[in-house]
Design a binder for this molecule. Structure first.
Ligand code: PGA
Length: 236
């Protein structure tokens, strides 16, 4: 079973999300569908054919942190997955490696599955493994337990929102490198997803990637018809 994670980012108005959710009930999939809308929209999602995730979480536990949402609060809303360390947060919002580590820890403490995003920029392609290992290590070191619950989303930054996608061989090689690195250093097996310009046109090809556990989909997930095509293609 594959994990199909939709990351809505900061998109859609109340009216748009209501019609989106209405259509969702008709979707059938034997794969696991996870939707990550903006925080205020969680309560509009009430179907039982999908699961909810958040796009972020606070690195703090509880208290005077205006604007933040804690892992405990997310858990109390039934949120099962949280995207952590998305490149947009790392770069635009200056999220540090230490903050990302704390967020992963908060998720694990509250029994939420962190989807840890890692990936290199175009300029870093020649030292991709150095970047990926640094991002894994800073998140994985000094965690109390349950590292096996972390899901890694490999998202080359140059691929996000650009229409550019690595070759199947490159994705396969990188996902297998990630799995091996984690196994060797932390003795656990983590699921790995690919993200970056996944769409209804390239999914038939991306489907061929060996040992892939799923996909993290941004822009295309906003258009339900296109997302449905992806879901259908992954079904057969
Ligand atoms: P994209 O975004 O599918 O629009 O490239 C993916 C992501 O940022 O998670």
């Amino acid at each position: 079973m594959k994990l199909i994670v939709s990351n809505h980012k900061m998109n859609l108005t109340k009216e748009e999300i209501l019609s989106y959710v209405k259509e969702l009930s008709a979707i059938k999939s034997s794969n696991k569908l996870v939707f990550c809308p903006s925080y205020p929209y969680f309560t509009f999602f009430d179907g039982n054919n999908y699961i909810l995730g958040s796009q972020d979480v606070s690195d703090q536990e509880v208290g005077a942190y205006t604007g933040e949402v804690s892992a405990k609060q997310l858990k109390s809303l039934g949120i099962e997955y949280t995207i952590v360390g998305h490149s947009e947060r790392r770069t635009i919002l200056n999220e540090s490696l230490e903050t990302i580590h704390k967020k992963v820890n908060r998720c694990l403490e509250n029994d939420i599955i962190p989807i840890l995003c890692i990936g290199e920029t175009k300029e870093e392609i020649h030292k991709k493994e150095e970047i990926l290992s640094m991002e894994i290590k800073s998140a994985f070191d000094n965690l109390n337990d349950n590292r096996e619950n972390i899901i890694i989303a490999y998202e080359p930054i140059w691929s996000i929102g650009t229409g550019l996608v690595p070759t199947i061989e490159e994705i396969e090689k990188t996902l297998s490198w990630i799995k091996n690195y984690i196994k060797e250093h932390y003795q656990v097996e983590c699921k790995t997803l690919y993200g970056g310009s996944v769409n209804e046109e390239n999914i038939s090809n991306l489907k061929k990637v060996q040992d892939i556990d799923g996909y993290l989909i941004g822009g295309t997930s906003l258009k339900l018809n296109n997302l449905k095509r992806i879901i259908d293609i992954l079904e057969v």
